[in-house]
Design a protein around this ligand. Sequence first.
Ligand SMILES: Cc1cc2nc3c(=O)[nH]c(=O)nc-3n(C[C@H](O)[C@H](O)[C@H](O)COP(=O)(O)O)c2cc1C
Length: 377
Amino acid sequence: MKTNSCSTESADKKECAGSTNLFSPLTLRSITFRNRIGVSPMCQYYSKDGFADDWHLVHLGSRAVGGAGLVIVEASAVEARGRITPDDLGIYKDEHIAKLKQITGFISSFGAVPGIQIAHAGRKASSKNPWKEGNRHDKLAVSNEDGGWDIVGPSAIAFSETSKLPTALSVTEIKEIQQKFVDAAKRSLEAGFTFLEIHAAHGYLLHSFYSPLSNQRSDEYGGSFENRIRFLVETVQAVRKTWPDNLPLSVRLSASDWVEGGWSVDDSVELSKELKKLGVDIIDCSSGNIRSGDRYNMHPAWQVPLAESVRNQAKIPTAAVGMISDSKLANEIITQGKADMVLLARQMMRDPYWPYHAAQELGIEAITIPRNYSYAL
Ligand SMILES: Cc1cc2nc3c(=O)[nH]c(=O)nc-3n(C[C@H](O)[C@H](O)[C@H](O)COP(=O)(O)O)c2cc1C
């Protein structure tokens, strides 16, 4: 059996290279993750007025019991208007905190780090619940008469033919939304989260500002690279002031739009250098989804090169995500220095005990089974 003795604090520290594997602890600021396996945020579309439910406790709690090092709660809207669907989770009311606190308490008690992704859906908001409507890609709008709402974005450009037309935000409104991210960060802290992720991917509000495909503004929030990243940069600055110095902050990027003339991985490297200076600790490298109809060349680990480029060129820790379900592949991503953490979504739905199974497959004695289950050994 191999053992883990190496803890890497940053991508700059190379001394652990070689001995670091999927089950090596990772330390970011004061938080140590017991391994490099995270549960990627996954919308459950199971909330009323943004409230978490027993479902969230069981779903997320199971994955902490299952051995993940980090469990990230799904995209949680910073304002009601920023929900993708009327059934999204939210963190826009103080009343949301109590149930989330129960969830973080449970996750922590089983050794995982409780994380939350704070989000604003922007021009993809007020869409139908995909589970109910069979609506996966195009964002079918919910009319205001049916409980939907008016939506906002960088410019008056709709995401798809079936989504609503957003109103371009004024600068005053941009500042108001930034304050809502700050308020959401404060509530996250109060709820017991020790890892905070700002959702700036998948065509939602922050991504729609930095991508030239959706931002056609002519003010200081549009046009040049510096202007398009301004909304995210200012949001990170404001959140970092609120989010304690000893706790890690993550940003999920769509690290490429995969479209000629769109946002590129080189842009992500430059942006990540800025975010690092502002106190971001890890870049979660997802991609795409800025326009309906774009399709991607997806295959196992297809987004890992994005995480690798950002990690090695911007010198910041990264998380890799996307069709990582094979334990050997996941381990190689870490041992080969392509990312500092892997995030799994669908595979974690299939197998909440994936970390145990991966440890067995890799022959790494890294995870202790919860006492309650010791009879199963
Ligand atoms: C049901 C479902 C819900 C998702 N919800 C979110 C979300 O809330 N926030 C987010 O950034 N990504 C979300 N994603 C994307 C995943 O976090 C992940 O990036 C993607 O599924 C690729 O990983 P996988 O191949 O392991 O599933 C969701 C994916 C699924 C399948």
